[in-house]
Design a protein around this ligand. Structure first.
Ligand code: ADP
Length: 353
């Protein structure tokens, strides 16, 4: 029987890869080539373990040979890049709301339908477990082929991993320098994130060794800088921006978020920490001002009770919702600029209608 692409695609369609994909899905089937009785397939898979590849191979052999007994098969696998975008959230100064923004941005992106992970790398004050009501959770170990990994804790649909899950609050001060860097490196490399559209990293404040190490081991798509409008925070935010801009670091800056921009009382904005500081810094550094987030009691309360404000159906919820959209647009624009998405290539159309 003549081997046709149409027939092959209908066979591949019946072989499931996971809950959402089969072997003919556009982001799985990268190449399908037929030369006489030889069929060449290139498949992009999320799980690169030998066992999984063997399972797929035998399903393919079984189904294809049933239809084309004389066919020979060349199957190539490429591992899918499971984390699409890794975004570092940084601030020069502590206490400006970096963790609050990271948490709410994670929820906002999740609300748009993206799969999101949040890595709390703030060794000096890991607050993500508290902000996600996961303080007493302990990540479990999972075996993936030969590798032992840790499962992130899932809260409000966000996959969370925090240095805070592994240390007593009183240990944080001792964990400076190389020890902290080593622990973070292990956590960053050994978490079983699975497929993620976004991994947000809540960095420690400042511009130290930990930042340099994380930038080296994780391939960072871009950085977001959080500041308040006051000079003492802006000066440190500028240092963080300069760190990412350095030639040997060279992490693109997605933009600046001004937090605690104003306090609304009786419809009047009160600029407690000064007015427009974030805008001026963004302009002078030629980066985007992504959002201005008001100072609001319910943002603080939501963080403290472990239910981020972005989950609220309120004005604040929509502030974070817009932030999520802006960040996604800026990241997509940047990705398109740097590496245009490749189209799926089906190199042979013999037999297609
Ligand atoms: P950082 O991560 O920069 O150290 P946090 O996110 O922990 O800062 O925030 C410090 C404190 O400020 C927390 O108590 C948090 O709830 C509060 N906070 C942050 N942003 C806001 C805001 N926009 N309105 C009210 N409180 C805020």
């Amino acid at each position: 029987m003549l081997i046709t692409e149409k027939k092959l695609l209908s066979i591949l369609e019946k072989i499931p890869l996971d809950d959402a994909h089969n072997l003919s899905s556009a982001n799985v089937l990268k190449e399908l080539k037929i030369v006489d009785s030889n069929i060449k397939l290139n498949l992009c898979i999320f799980n690169p373990s030998l066992q999984f590849k063997n399972k797929i191979k035998s399903a393919l052999l079984d189904k294809i040979l049933k239809n084309f007994p004389n066919a020979t098969l060349d199957i190539e696998f490429v591992a899918s890049k499971t984390i699409k975008n890794t975004i570092a959230v940084a601030s020069g100064k502590g206490g400006v709301g970096k963790s609050t923004i990271s948490s709410n941005l994670a929820i906002a992106l999740k609300n748009q339908g993206y799969s999101v992970g949040l890595l709390d790398a703030d060794i000096y004050g890991p607050s993500i477990p508290l902000m996600f009501d996961a303080e007493h959770e302990k990540p479990k170990k999972v075996q993936r082929g030969d590798t032992s990994l840790m499962s992130p804790i899932i809260s409000y649909g966000i996959k969370i991993m925090s240095i805070g899950f592994f240390l007593n609050p009183s240990d944080a001060l001792v964990w400076r320098g190389p020890m902290a860097t080593k622990a973070l490196t292990e956590i960053a490399q050994n978490t079983d994130w699975g497929h993620l559209d976004y991994l947000l990293i809540d960095l420690p404040p400042g511009t130290g060794d930990i930042h340099l190490s994380l930038v080296q081991i994780l391939s960072i798509t871009g950085a977001i800088i959080v500041t308040t409008p006051q000079p003492v925070s802006l000066i440190d935010a500028k240092k963080a921006i300069n760190m990412f801009k350095k030639k040997d670091i060279n992490v693109p800056i997605i933009g600046l978020i001004e937090n605690m921009s104003w306090l609304l009382i009786n419809e009047n904005k009160h600029y407690i920490f000064g007015k427009g500081g974030g805008g001026s810094l963004a302009e002078s550094e030629k980066i985007d001002l992504l959002s201005q987030i008001p100072l609001d009691q319910s943002i603080r309360e939501a963080g403290d009770v472990g239910r981020p404000a972005a989950l609220q159906d309120s004005v604040l919820g929509s502030v974070f919702d817009s932030l999520g959209h802006v960040v996604h647009r800026c990241v997509s624009d940047r990705n398109n600029m740097i590496a245009p998405t490749k189209k799926v290539q089906i190199t042979h159309n013999r037999g297609c209608n």
